[in-house]
Design a protein around this ligand. Structure first.
Ligand SMILES: [Zn+2]
Ligand SMILES: [Zn+2]
Length: 378
């Protein structure tokens, strides 16, 4: 981040507003242009300079003789860091010394601790890494252009999710500067989008297949006094209107509205480190923070189709069925005289066995709702 002391800086170079917390507002597209004007093309170009050309450049830049460069290369090489001694970790197969015997035993114990299987969180993280790290597109039309911006956003848990005492990032996503706000919206995965509304204790087989996301598509981002509403579908409503009307009756400066699908990140003025708002499903509110902004590098994922790219997803403990403690819960019951707690979670099988007789008649009095476990989507 640029220093602000003494020097007059272009207003689109980010400077701290609060040290180590957030920057002042700057125009993202203008900041990128400043960068591109200041940098040589070879700094952000994907094509590699050959080692020979790099040597010549270095000789010219440092004003040294070719022999000196060779000497420097030898002295600074990784090889010169190696110890000439043997690898001390290798213990002979049949050691006689007590210290070596101890060491061998310790090593064998350590090896026994290594797991040869990975859990599903690791499997997901590995898979994520495999599909994106250093990925080049098959079709050159999908190549992220040189000089494109990558913005990193942290999406926090819903504000109403009181269970989490500490504020933590639920998802971290990399977005391209030329992408629309709607593309970030579609990439944010929140459990409230997946709820099924209704009470189904009388006929649990009639739980509909559609989820909230299919019905309630309205959402907005609130950046810098402007509500960016999603208006792509006929069923979208301007859910920012309530807040704007409310603010009009108070002493607030007037808020503006814009269309989420017409705005890309290049068009925005933002602050790095500042908490912005994303609201969907009526009142599911998330804090969204822009944490980093940089030019794309040749080692980044260069396939446009994979952006917004999820780079981190917080692991949520899955809530298991309160009867078998084995399967992930699918049902939650309330006013359930038979259940030990209210509300109480059940897996599909336990729910049916516990609440219905052979002829599928309801046993006892209770209300049943479909439950979507936040941990299912780890
Ligand atoms: Zn949400
Ligand atoms: Zn169960």
């Amino acid at each position: 981040m640029a220093e602000s002391s003494g020097v007059t800086l272009n207003e689109n170079v980010p400077v701290f507003e609060y040290t180590d917390v957030s920057s002042k507002e700057f125009h993202i597209g203008a900041f990128r242009d400043l960068w591109l004007n200041a940098l040589n093309l070879d700094v952000y170009s994907y094509s590699d300079t050959s080692p020979e050309i790099r040597d010549v450049q270095l000789i010219e830049e440092m004003g040294i003789e070719p022999e000196t460069l060779e000497e420097l290369k030898n002295m600074c090489s990784v090889e010169s860091l190696r110890s000439e001694h043997e690898d001390t970790d290798t213990v002979p197969a049949d050691p006689q010394l007590s210290t070596l015997k101890l060491r061998k035993r310790r090593q064998e114990y350590k090896e026994s601790l290594t797991r040869d299987h990975i859990d599903r969180h690791e499997a997901y993280a590995n898979e994520l890494e495999m599909i994106c790290v250093g990925k080049k597109p098959e079709d050159l039309g999908d190549l992220v252009p040189e000089g494109e911006l990558i913005l990193t956003f942290n999406v926090l848990y819903p504000v109403l999710f009181q269970r989490f005492k500490h504020v933590r990032a639920y998802q971290t996503l990399n977005v391209l500067g030329s992408q629309k706000l709607t593309e970030l919206k579609d990439a944010i995965c929140c459990v409230s989008d997946l709820q099924v509304f209704g009470e189904f204790s009388n006929n649990p087989d009639t739980v509909p297949q559609f989820i909230s996301k299919d019905h309630y598509k309205s959402a907005f981002f609130f950046f810098n006094g402007t509500f960016y509403n999603d208006t792509r579908f006929p069923e979208c409503r301007d859910i920012s209107a309530t807040t704007i009307d409310w603010a009009k009756t108070r002493d607030f400066t007037e808020f503006e509205t814009a269309k989420m699908e017409d705005t890309c990140f290049h068009d925005l003025k933002m602050k790095v480190g500042f908490p912005y708002y994303y609201t969907h499903q009526g009142d599911c509110e998330h804090v969204v923070i822009l944490t980093d902004i940089r030019l794309v590098h040749q080692d980044d994922c260069l396939d446009k189709k994979l952006y917004p790219l999820i780079t981190h997803k917080h692991r949520v403990v899955t809530r298991k069925c309160s009867v078998c403690h084995t399967y992930i819960s699918r049902w939650v019951t309330t006013n359930d005289a038979l259940a030990p707690t209210d509300p109480c979670l059940f897996c599909e099988q336990c729910f049916r066995l516990f609440h219905y007789d052979d002829k599928l008649n309801k046993v006892g009095d209770f209300l049943a709702y479909a439950y979507v476990d936040p941990g299912t989507f780890n």
